[in-house]
Design a protein. Structure first.
Length: 58
């Protein structure tokens, strides 16, 4: 369990280091929009799937 927590901490530190190395604000804004877009796409497709399943059994 402790090893898993250390691995998660190391991964988070690596991602934060990567984020801090990016100098361009435009690239940072672009990455944030891509991340939000991926989350929105996942939510949208999941909602459509559940709606389709609900209509299938209705």
């Amino acid at each position: 369990m402790k090893e898993a927590m250390n691995e998660l901490k190391n991964e988070a530190k690596a991602k934060l280091l990567f984020w801090n190395k990016i100098d361009s604000k435009a690239i940072k804004v672009g990455l944030v929009f891509v991340f939000i877009g991926l989350i929105a796409l996942k939510v949208f497709t999941t909602a459509l799937t559940f709606d389709w399943l609900k209509n299938l059994f209705a």
